[in-house]
Design a protein around this ligand. Structure first.
Ligand code: AMP
Length: 391
């Protein structure tokens, strides 16, 4: 049960509402290159405008280093949003300070103002109370709809909630409900699939999932560390020597629940036109590296997925950016889509594989937050959620 107040629990007519959205989208040549997160914010934006509120939207975009940097401006996002909604959308080139205040003061009901990137101020990541107070001073109510940033305790995600009533937006509510249900009350069998480059990022996720899931399937570069921990040299494969011991412990703790690949695709270079061959898991020949899961593993994993009641997937099975090593990832994408299970995809790479396969509409929920969904899978309470008012 979602136990936080949402925008449905408050009256917003003629109120100014500060909404923390996740507009951290890829920008290419000054234009929005992928609008998934903007689309995902629309239900909350449209609902609030429909109720007669004026909206002040804030977000970070990318990782600007030292203050304002046009490469990380939210202006292209504001322009893009203007084409998606009927309301007037304006943009102001700062998120605090006199310019922002002036723009807020002239905002009328049902209008939308997009503030510039919150990370142009160092106070954002430090959760500086002065910055939070200034942001909060613009509005009567704070709405957090930025699931992708809910694992960060920043001024615009957590700090502002100290000063004005704070509730959840519809995207945040939906994301938390899907993940919470999957983790705490999954339809069984519950199968978790983890891939991607590094096991070090996902150690606590694996630990927690071993207590919740029926099967944890491991693929991608992170499997290499497990192979090495089991005594197989992995030659030029990506490997993390510093977590070999932990990998060994996880294999022991996991028992039959933890399933590693039985065969892999190896290549004699890190390129799509390298020579490749399939081998059973064992010592990798010198000069070769593991870049994908093999056909037997695909078959085994797909069988497990096809009988799942709930599937959670985060991370590719191989170097899927190269078509020759994308077979495992796309096979898993298809198996998840065809499984009929409640399916939740987290992380940009797995979502991109699903989208490229044209299978997105067969997935129950594609999360907009890779990091935040991983922290939920770890069992961590998200600070951006904790800060909101209880129901
Ligand atoms: P992550 O950000 O940890 O989810 O990792 C995603 C990245 O892992 C993708 O860019 C993949 O190319 C990469 N990856 C997956 N499998 C392998 C592998 N066997 N060797 C090297 N990189 C891999």
């Amino acid at each position: 049960m979602f136990n936080k107040k949402t925008i449905h629990d408050i009256a917003v007519k003629d109120k100014r509402v500060l909404v923390r959205v996740d507009f951290n989208v890829p920008i290419k040549d000054g234009k929005v290159a992928d609008d998934t997160r903007i689309q995902a914010a629309l239900p909350t934006i449209k609902y609030l405008v429909g109720e007669g509120a004026s909206l002040i939207l804030c977000s970070h975009l990318g990782r600007p280093k030292d203050g304002p940097d046009p490469a990380f401006s939210l202006k292209p996002v504001a322009d893009y949003l203007g084409d998606l909604v009927d309301s007037k959308v304006s943009f102001v080139e700062d998120c605090i300070g006199p310019k922002a205040k002036e723009a807020v003061d002239i905002l009328k009901p049902k209008e939308i103002l997009v503030l510039e990137n919150t990370r142009f101020h160092s106070g954002e990541k430090k959760n500086d109370p002065e910055m939070a107070k200034e942001l909060a001073s613009y509005a009567d109510v704070f709405v957090n709809d930025a699931f992708g940033s809910a694992h960060r305790a920043h001024a615009s995600t957590v700090g502002v909630a100290e000063y004005i009533p704070a509730v959840a937006g519809l995207l945040l509510e939906k994301e938390i409900e899907y993940l919470d249900q999957a983790i705490e009350k999954p339809k069984k069998p519950f199968v978790a699939i983890l891939g991607g480059a590094k096991v070090s990022d996902k150690i606590n996720v694996i630990k927690n999932l071993l207590t919740k899931a029926d099967t944890v399937l491991i693929g991608g570069g992170m499997a290499n560390t497990f192979f090495k921990a089991q005594g197989y040299p992995v030659a030029d494969s990506l490997v993390e020597d510093e977590v070999l011991e932990i990998a060994k412990e996880l294999v022991e703790a996991g028992g039959l629940k933890l399933r590693l690949p039985v065969d892999v695709v190896i290549a004699d270079g890190f390129s799509d036109d390298a020579s490749k061959k399939v081998m059973w898991v064992g010592p990798v020949p010198e000069g070769w590296r593991i870049l994908d899961i093999g056909p037997e593993t695909i078959e085994n994993f797909c069988k497990v997925i096809s009988s799942a009641g709930t599937v959670v997937w985060n991370g590719p099975m191989g170097v899927f950016e190269m078509p020759n090593f994308a077979v495992g990832t796309f096979a898993i994408a298809k198996a998840v889509a065809d499984s009929g299970a409640i399916s939740i995809i987290g992380g940009g790479d797995s979502a991109s594989a699903i989208n490229k396969s044209g299978l997105a509409d067969k997935i129950s929920h594609i999360s907009t937050g890779g990091g935040a969904s991983l922290e939920m899978l770890e069992g961590i309470q998200l600070p951006g959620l904790v800060a909101l008012q209880d129901k």
